[in-house]
Design a protein around this ligand. Structure first.
Ligand code: NAG
Ligand code: NAG
Length: 215
């Protein structure tokens, strides 16, 4: 479900310049806004926010979703806490006292996806300007465009378009900070300590829009 795309370099030949792969730092926190528009099998729009803490050193990450709406209606969305150090994912909602524990795989860094082309441009103007690098890739009918800061590869936005089922997924990243302010964000909640395996179903099928870092 969570797609952290590892850096894949476009095959290099003597003809091409190999561009350095680009990843977020090992420890960071950020917010994201996601907007997912579907036209098939029926028209719908899903929007939502997430607060994300990510720490490759301790092998933990947490995705707290809020204000998630589908066609304007609230969609209660659980928190996803990945503890790759013990190999488990906890999906929980404190209000409905719900927790599900699932096995999870290896933790990957957050990197731009394999890309075909890049270009550099500026956002803003004059002294209030940053240089950004835009990575573009196409796979089948899907085009992904990822914008990061040029120097450090900090995520700014990502967009995915599908030409077959006109649809789009857009993510804005903001409020990024380095390091983890409060390590207790990774604490496994008490309700997750007395749960039974696979006795509870995850209430909502999480579609691609709410896969953080689906770049
Ligand atoms: C999530 O971030 C928002 C700010 O964008 C903040 O108001 C809220 O308290 C945060 N919630 C959690 C659980 O971190
Ligand atoms: C791309 O879209 C066309 C129809 O527009 C479809 O026939 C084809 O299978 C799609 N390709 C992939 C890789 O999904």
């Amino acid at each position: 479900m969570l797609l952290l795309v590892a850096c894949l370099l476009v095959a290099s030949t003597y003809m091409h310049t190999v561009e350095a792969c680009c990843c977020m730092p090992e420890k960071f926190e950020l917010h994201e806004y996601v907007e997912d528009v579907f036209t098939w099998p029926f028209a719908s729009i899903q929007t939502g926010y997430a607060n994300i803490s990510f720490d490759l050193k301790v092998k933990k990450s947490v995705f707290f979703f809020y204000d998630v709406k589908k066609n304007g209606k609230d969609v209660p969305t659980p928190t996803y806490l990945f503890d790759h150090s013990s190999g488990f994912l906890y999906v929980y909602d404190l209000r409905s006292k719900y927790c599900k524990k699932l096995p999870t795989g290896k933790m990957s860094p957050v990197c731009v996806p394999a890309y075909k082309s890049t270009y550099i441009t500026d956002l803003g103007a004059a002294k209030d300007m940053i240089s950004v690098k835009i990575y573009q890739s196409t796979s089948g009918n899907q085009t992904t465009i990822t914008t990061v800061t040029k120097e450090k590869c900090y995520l700014i936005s990502s967009e995915l378009y599908d030409s077959e089922y006109p649809t789009s997924l857009r993510t804005q990243f903001y409020g990024t900070t380095l390091g983890i302010k409060d390590p207790s964000v990774f604490k496994i909640p008490a309700i997750c300590k007395k749960i039974f395996w696979n006795t509870q179903e995850i209430p909502e099928v999480h579609r691609r829009g709410f896969h953080p870092f689906y770049l």
